[in-house]
Design a protein around this ligand. Structure first.
Ligand code: C2E
Ligand code: MG
Ligand code: MG
Ligand code: MG
Length: 285
């Protein structure tokens, strides 16, 4: 504040900070009623097995249709919801909705694995394991059909407790993926102790794959790490045929990204899968 120069620019600065604060407060207020106003919905991004070319699952991603602002991206409201605790009921809603959808797809002949992002705040709840298990029972989803995505950081900041919960999930047969792998504070010692089955290569390393040598090496390292720890590796943010080909050749098993599909509304998902598999059959035969 001291370095803003003239008196006018100082006032201008204060005014804009004030405005920002007010906008933030308003967003927070709106966020607190968004659930009861049915303003959230989920979209689903296909996850593809690179060896078989089949869609094996979907990541559920939340969307907020704000009455005045339009679509608010999760990166703009999830951190806020984590700070004020709203992420707990919102996260429960996501889990319920995603499992309901997975059950519906299974009923219609498309059994898929569903991946749900779990916030650090949710993972810290004492009731989280029960919440997840009762949601699976409610929708009659086999535990192996659910994957929970956690970040390294959310596990590390609460290590013993988090590992205990991940172990309970594992015992029940629920799969765990480490999301945004390589961007948090990773430690190989802890990774070894974490009961997880999948590593997700963050999209920041995939974006310039084959263009940026360092990113390529980082992606390679994660794939090799997966091999040595016997974890499957999924690349996120795959946008080009070149990236897909490289990852597949390099031994990365799974991928998701705009190259295959953007996250889709539930109603479009199955027809996408049918078309995608149809194309595959064509190009194979
Ligand atoms: P994430 O879990 O790492 O999800 C991947 C993000 O990459 C998604 O952004 C997805 O739409 C985007 N993406 C997928 N393919 C591509 C691609 O080819 N290129 C590019 N540039 N982007 C791609 P989205 O949906 O905006 O979500 C952002 C983040 O918000 C997520 O990152 C996750 O951390 C958080 N999030 C989303 N939904 C939920 C939720 O239900 N609960 C919680 N706790 N967090 C969520
Ligand atoms: Mg994720
Ligand atoms: Mg991710
Ligand atoms: Mg990410």
């Amino acid at each position: 504040l001291a370095k803003t120069g003239t008196r006018n620019s100082f006032q201008f600065y204060v005014a804009s900070v004030d405005q920002e604060m007010r906008a933030r407060k308003k967003l927070e207020k709106d966020l607190n009623i968004a659930l009861q106003k049915n303003q959230f919905y989920l979209v689903y991004q296909p996850q593809v097995n690179l060896e078989t070319g089949r869609v094996i699952g979907a990541e559920a991603l939340i969307r907020w249709q704000h009455p005045e602002r339009g679509l608010v991206p999760p990166d703009d409201f999830i951190p806020l919801a984590e700070l004020n605790g709203r992420i707990v009921p919102i996260g429960e809603w996501v889990l319920d909705q995603a499992c309901r959808q997975a059950a519906e797809w299974a009923d219609q002949g498309t059994p898929l694995r569903i991946a749900v992002n779990l916030s650090a705040v949710q993972l810290r709840q004492d009731t989280i394991v029960d919440t997840v298990l009762s949601t699976l029972v409610r929708h009659q989803i086999p535990p192996g059909r659910l994957e929970l995505e956690v970040t390294e950081t959310s596990v590390m900041t609460n290590l013993e407790d988090a590992i205990g919960k991940l172990q309970q999930f594992k015992r029940e047969g629920i799969q765990i993926a480490v999301d945004d792998f390589g961007t948090g504070y990773s430690s190989l010692t802890y990774l070894k102790r974490m009961p997880v089955q999948h590593l997700k290569i963050d999209k920041q390393f995939v974006r310039d794959l084959l263009v940026n040598e360092e990113d390529t090496r980082i992606a390679n390292t994660i794939i090799d790490l997966g091999k040595s720890l016997n974890l499957s590796v999924i690349a996120e943010g795959v946008e080009t045929a070149e990236q897909e080909y490289y990852l597949q050749q390099r031994g990365c098993q799974l991928a998701q990204g705009y190259y295959f599909s953007k996250p889709l509304p539930a109603g479009e998902f199955q027809s996408f899968v049918a078309k995608f598999h149809g194309k595959m059959a064509e190009s194979n035969g």
